[in-house]
Design a protein. Structure first.
Length: 563
C-alpha cells in the first residue's frame, strides 16, 4: 500500500456523484486509533492511504454523533457534534481534509426521523407540561382507557415491542424504532428550521453530501382516531396517503433541503434511504428537485439469478431516465447480512429472510457453501461496478468477508435482537451485529490490527486469513479484484446507458455492453458457458480459453471484455 495519500484536487463537478463508487464506513468498526475497542475518526485518518489505493470516489460515514448507542449511533444526542468516544470536531475537520486531499469526497449520515431520548429537546419536552411547545416538537398523545393507561394505538415498533412509551405525567410518545428514539414532529417549524441549520453546519465544514436515514418516514398524519395495528398494516403505501410511510408531503421538506444544497458549489448531494413500495415512488426522492438520489435495494434483495438481475436493472434504469435521476446499486450495508453469506445459503422460502434460521442457530457448518458465496459475491460486485449509476460498497466486502454468525447473546448490541419476539427472530434473524464486527487489518493480534486493544464485538479466528495483510498484493485475492475493478471503472466510465447483448444473454448467462465496446458477461449458473473470443479486461474468477480462442466462463463468474 502507499504510505501517504497523494494530494488530489477535487473538481467542482456538480454531477460527481452520479457514477461514483461510494464506500460506507461504520466508524465504530473500521479502525481504532486509541486502543479502547471502538473505532474512531483518527483511525479513519490513519487508513486514508488504504482508501485512496482502493480507488473509491467517496466515503459515506455512518453516524458519529454523540449517542448512547441504543441503536448503533442512530439515536442521536446532538446533530452538530462528534461522540467523544469517536473523536472531536477538530478530528472531523482533519479527516475531511485528509479525504479531500486524497481525492475522496465525504458523505455523512443524517437521522431526521427521530432523535435520541437524551437530546436536549426531548429532555426539555419531558420537563414541560402537556401541550407545550417543547412537547410539540415530538409526537405526544394522551392514552386510551379510563385513566389513559393504554397507549394511543396498539402499534408495534420496527424493532419489536410497542411503538408508544408512557412518561411520568401519563402521556405517551411515539417511537417507530427503539423507545430511546422518539420521533420528531415534522409539522413543527422549529424542527424543520433546525435541520436546515444542521445541513449548513456540516456543508460549511466541507461535507459533500448526506445519506438520509428513514427518508420516507418524516411526514406523518396522526389525525384521530388512530388506526389499529391491523388497520395500519392493511393500508396501501402506493398513493402517498399512508399515515406513517412515504407520504407525498415529505417532498415539501426535501424541496427546502434542495434550496440549501444549491447554496454551495458544487451543490451538496443527498441519497435517500426510502423503502418505497415501487420504483416510481422511490424515484420521487431521487428527483433533481428533491434529494437527487435514492437507494435501490432491489439487487440486494434478489437471488443470484440472471432473469431477476436483468428485470431489476432494466426497470430501475428506465425509472431513472424518466425522472432525470441517478440510479444506485448496493449488495451489502450495515443493516443486512453480508452478500457473500447470503449467496452461500439456500434461497429464502418466502416466509423468512434468507439465512435467518442458520444465523439464529449460530452459523453451523452445514447448510452453507462459503466458497460458492464468495465466488457469487465477487461476480455480483463486478456486475454492479460495470452498471451505469453509483455503486455503494460496504466496508469489508472488498475482503470477501462473511457474516459473523456465532456472536454470543450476551455480547450482542443490536436492539432488534433484544426486543424482538422469538417468532420475529426466526423470521428476520438475530439482528445486525454480524455485519458490524470490526474489520481485520492484520493476520494476528488481539483485534487483527483493528486497534491495540480488543474490539467492541467479538472477531472470529478466521478473520486473520482474510485480513488486509493476508490479501494485500496477492494476485486473485478479493481485495486485489476490487482495486483493479475500481481502477478500470474510472478508465472505462461512460454515459449512463447500457445495451443488453441478446446473442450472449441466454439461459444463466447475462451480458450487456456499455458505449465504447466494453462488455460485461456474468454466468449465474453452475455449468461453464462459452463466450466468443475477446480481450479480457478483468474477471472475478479463472477464465480458460478453448482451442478456437473462445472463452470458457465458469459458473458464478463475471468477466469484463473489450471487443
Amino acid at each position: 500500500m502507499t504510505s501517504t495519500p497523494a494530494s488530489t484536487v477535487l473538481v467542482d463537478d456538480p454531477n460527481w456523484w452520479r457514477q461514483a463508487a461510494v464506500y460506507q464506513i461504520y466508524p465504530r468498526s473500521f479502525a481504532d486509533a486509541n486502543g479502547d475497542g471502538i473505532g474512531d475518526l483518527r483511525g479513519i485518518i490513519s487508513r486514508v492511504p488504504y482508501l485512496r489505493e482502493l480507488g473509491i470516489d467517496a466515503v459515506w460515514l455512518s453516524p458519529f454523533y454523540p449517542s448512547a448507542l441504543a441503536d448503533g449511533g442512530y439515536d442521536v444526542d446532538d446533530y452538530r457534534d462528534v461522540d467523544p468516544a469517536i473523536g472531536t470536531l477538530a478530528d472531523f475537520d482533519e479527516m475531511s481534509a485528509a479525504l479531500h486531499g486524497a481525492g475522496i469526497r465525504l458523505i455523512v449520515d443524517l437521522v431526521p426521523n427521530h432523535s435520541s431520548d437524551r437530546h436536549a429537546w426531548f429532555r426539555e419536552a419531558l420537563a414541560s407540561p402537556r401541550g407545550s411547545n417543547a412537547r410539540d416538537r415530538y409526537i405526544f398523545r394522551d392514552g386510551r382507557g379510563e385513566n389513559g393507561e393504554l397507549p394511543p394505538a396498539d402499534w408495534e415498533s420496527i424493532f419489536g415491542g410497542p411503538a408508544w412509551t408512557r412518561v411520568e405525567d401519563g402521556q405517551w410518545y411515539l417511537h417507530l424504532f427503539a423507545r430511546e428514539q422518539p420521533d420528531f414532529n415534522w409539522k413543527h417549524p422549529e424542527v424543520r428550521e433546525d435541520f436546515l441549520t444542521t445541513l449548513r453546519f456540516w456543508s460549511d465544514r466541507g461535507v459533500d453530501g448526506f445519506r438520509v436515514d428513514v427518508a420516507h418516514g418524516l411526514a406523518k398524519d396522526l389525525s384521530e382516531p388512530l388506526p389499529s395495528k391491523a388497520e395500519l398494516k392493511a393500508l396501501p403505501q402506493l398513493d402517498g396517503t399512508h399515515p406513517l410511510w412515504d407520504r407525498d408531503e415529505v417532498h415539501e421538506i426535501y424541496a427546502e433541503w434542495r434550496t440549501v444544497f444549491d447554496e454551495y458549489t458544487p451543490p451538496r448531494m443527498a441519497v435517500a434511504e426510502a423503502w418505497a413500495q415501487t420504483a416510481e415512488r422511490r424515484a420521487r426522492y431521487a428527483h433533481p428537485g428533491s434529494l437527487g438520489q435514492a437507494f435501490n435495494f432491489d439487487l440486494l434483495e434478489a437471488d443470484f439469478d440472471a432473469a431477476d438481475f436483468r428485470r431489476i436493472v432494466t426497470g430501475n434504469l428506465t425509472e431513472a431516465e424518466a425522472h432525470g435521476s441517478s440510479i444506485t446499486w448496493v449488495f451489502s450495508n450495515h443493516d443486512v447480512v453480508r452478500h457473500a453469506t447470503r449467496y452461500a445459503l439456500a434461497p429464502s422460502d418466502g416466509t423468512s429472510k434468507r439465512g435467518a434460521a442458520w444465523l439464529l442457530a449460530g452459523g453451523p457448518a452445514d447448510g452453507i457453501d462459503p466458497e460458492l458465496g464468495v465466488r457469487r459475491a465477487r461476480a455480483a460486485t463486478l456486475f454492479e461496478l460495470a452498471l451505469p449509476g453509483s455503486a455503494y460498497l460496504y466496508q469489508g466486502e472488498e475482503l470477501g468477508l462473511h457474516e459473523v454468525a456465532d456472536i454470543p447473546a450476551e455480547q450482542r448490541q443490536d436492539p432488534s435482537f433484544f426486543r424482538a419476539s422469538r417468532e420475529q427472530l426466526e423470521k428476520d434473524g438475530p439482528g445486525r451485529d454480524g455485519c458490524r464486527v470490526p474489520l481485520p487489518w492484520t493476520r494476528t493480534g488481539s483485534s487483527f490490527g483493528f486497534g491495540e486493544g480488543g474490539s467492541h464485538l467479538p472477531q472470529p479466528a478466521w478473520f486473520g486469513d482474510v485480513s488486509v495483510e493476508a490479501q494485500d498484493g496477492v494476485e486473485g485475492s478479493t481485495l486485489t479484484l476490487y482495486r483493479e475493478a475500481l481502477r478500470r471503472r474510472h478508465e472505462l466510465e461512460t454515459a449512463e446507458t447500457l445495451t443488453w447483448d441478446e446473442s450472449l444473454s441466454t439461459g444463466d448467462v447475462l451480458a450487456f455492453e456499455r458505449p465504447g465496446g466494453w462488455v460485461t458477461v456474468t454466468n449465474f449458473g453452475d455449468a461453464p458457458a462459452s463466450v466468443p473470443a475477446a480481450e479480457v479486461l478483468l474477471a472475478s474468477g479463472e477464465v480458460d480459453r478453448a482451442q478456437d480462442g473462445a472463452l470458457v466462463l465458469p459458473g458464478a463468474t463475471t468477466v469484463w471484455l473489450r471487443r
